[in-house]
Ligand binder design. Structure first.
Ligand code: MBD
Ligand code: FE
Length: 284
């Protein structure tokens, strides 16, 4: 991984902020939150901060460092990154704890709706000379009662072999490594793509500053992002991971679960790997 990752921190932060403001998230229903609920949550969060300040005797220097840092997070456009890396996993746990179907994981800051449709079997949009190791993924979408979900939509997006996402890093075609697939009558789909690389969150912005100041690392393990949807069923947002990645155990975004681990096999032609991974959706 080269320094060009970090060179685009401000640009990718600005893109993520703009994307969130334009598309909104399905979770962003702020106006509907009752007063009592806001009162409880705001009071508890502020109380937890006051407790930490008293317990650790936080100084004015530290308070002012925090103030400067919070201002900078906004100026860098890194609120989507900060929230999705350090907060979203808890929200996702709570939102999906009732499910009997497939486990999900966080959406993260780099989803873009309406990626180009590729049918039930196809290759995700990629450059002619796309770097990396080819990956052929066969899967099936069913309901919790076992019935196939014909026409289920599988949206896939992921980083390239350098760890960059299209529309958030410069110089990559708009829909590169972003595609929508539609399961056939039996609920099956087959996607050809390129294995993603581990991803380092931008290190030259405010989130990187926090990471350096705390002595943490900035890595997420290599991952595939998916959204799987079908009429009458709950939307599944998930990420899939590759065994052996050195950051599966210490993902900076705390978004790895054992159920989301793939089991890649070498492909017959020896040029890449094949994976099988199915989804079970809960009825809405
Ligand atoms: C990512 O690619 C990602 O998936 C998350 C959750 C946060 C930052 C970058
Ligand atoms: Fe990601």
């Amino acid at each position: 991984m080269s320094d060009t990752t970090t060179a685009s921190a401000a640009a990718s932060g600005a893109s993520a902020t703009e994307r969130f403001q334009r598309d909104k998230s399905p979770y962003a229903a702020v106006a509907d939150t009752p007063k009592e609920r806001v009162d409880t949550l705001a009071r508890e969060v502020l109380g937890a901060i006051h407790d930490t300040i008293r317990r650790h005797k936080v100084t004015y220097d530290e308070y002012n460092a925090l103030k400067a840092w919070l201002i900078q997070v906004g100026q860098d456009g890194e609120w989507p990154l900060f929230l999705d890396v350090w907060i979203e996993h808890a929200v996702e746990d709570v939102a999906t704890e009732h499910r009997a179907g497939s486990k999900g994981s966080i959406e993260g800051p780099y989803y873009v709706p309406n990626a180009p449709e590729q049918g039930a079997r196809g290759t995700i949009p990629m450059r002619e000379d796309e770097k990396g190791s080819p990956l052929v993924w066969t899967g099936r979408v069913t309901s919790t009662d076992g019935s196939p979900l014909a026409g289920a939509k599988v949206e896939l997006w992921h980083a390239d072999d350098d760890g960059f996402y299209s529309q958030f890093s410069p110089g990559i075609p708009e829909w590169n490594l972003r595609g929508s697939f539609t399961a056939d009558a039996d609920g099956t789909f087959q996607i050809t793509t390129m294995q993603p690389a581990p991803y380092q969150i931008p290190t030259d912005g405010s989130c990187g500053k926090l990471i350096a100041a705390a002595g943490w690392h900035a890595w997420r393990p290599a991952h595939l992002h998916v959204k799987v949807s079908a009429p009458g069923h709950e939307l599944l947002t998930a990420q899939l991971y590759f065994p052996g990645d050195e950051h599966n155990e210490d993902d900076i975004a705390s978004a790895v679960k054992p159920e989301l681990m793939l089991d890649p096999k070498p492909s017959a032609d020896g040029t890449g790997s094949t994976i099988e991974y199915d989804f079970v959706l809960d009825r809405a």
